[in-house]
Ligand binder design. Structure first.
Ligand SMILES: Cc1cc2nc3c(=O)[nH]c(=O)nc-3n(C[C@H](O)[C@H](O)[C@H](O)COP(=O)(O)O)c2cc1C
Length: 215
């Protein structure tokens, strides 16, 4: 092995073999990962609306986690027009439950978050209504985060039911540009919930609507 050319060839061969092993090893671990549900997929598939809670409090750290998750959602133009009103005052939670028949669980929830949009913080003109999608994305993030930390939550619709919007705006002293979109009630689930199976392959179309279902 005195000839430096042989030495160079040997080193090059070693490099090729090592690279091949590394590439095939990383490919197989990627396949394992993609064929296994990540905890994110697991959380998405097992989330369900929770409307009944124990008396255990939701800590300020947990509320912080939920709000951070909400604000991690995507928004049109990264405008982040969401605003949040955290309700942990029992008398306000009771008022919500008493005044809105679809939100009676609020009286048992230790906390609710009113998901709002600031209509001055989004696009002008036709793009204005993007705030609804932005606040909806934040709402779903919040629901998923609640589920991920073993809390239970339910999204209760406010906007576009304008009488609900008006009542919430008055009750919470919201400025005119702030529109309450949803009231998310949150607590520790009082029982085991079974997520609904909503998979409908017939709702899926590939490429064009009339072409039928093709995988
Ligand atoms: C826009 C919207 C409004 C909703 N409003 C209410 C409501 O006022 N009260 C309620 O109990 N649930 C409400 N829900 C929860 C739905 O009833 C629930 O998501 C649906 O039945 C599917 O069940 P799941 O969340 O367990 O998958 C609302 C959900 C959405 C997305």
């Amino acid at each position: 092995m005195k000839n430096p050319v042989y030495l160079f060839l040997l080193l090059a061969l070693g490099l090729v073999v090592t690279s091949y092993k590394w590439v095939t090893a990383s490919n197989s671990s990627t396949q394992e990962l993609t064929s296994m549900p990540s905890s994110t997929i697991e959380d998405i598939m097992t989330r369900t609306s929770v409307r009944s809670y124990t008396s255990q409090e939701v800590t300020s750290e947990q509320i912080d986690t939920l709000l951070r998750a909400a604000m991690a959602a995507p928004t049109a133009g990264n405008k982040q027009p969401w605003r949040f009103v955290v309700i942990n005052d029992k008398s306000i939670l009771d008022t919500i439950a008493a005044n809105f028949p679809t939100m009676t669980m609020a009286s048992k929830a230790p906390v609710a978050v009113i998901m709002c949009g600031d209509t001055t913080a989004t696009f002008p003109g036709n793009g204005r209504d993007y705030w609804i999608q932005d606040v909806s994305a934040a709402s779903e993030n919040l629901l998923l985060a609640a589920h991920a930390i073993d809390l239970g939550a339910v999204w209760c619709g406010i906007y576009p039911q304008m009488e609900r919007v008006e009542q919430f705006s008055q009750m919470l002293h919201l400025p005119a540009e702030i529109i309450p979109m949803a009231c998310i009630c949150i607590g520790h689930p009082s029982g085991q919930m079974t997520p609904k199976d909503k998979w409908h392959p017939e709702y899926v179309h590939y490429n064009t609507w009339g072409s039928g279902i093709t995988e």
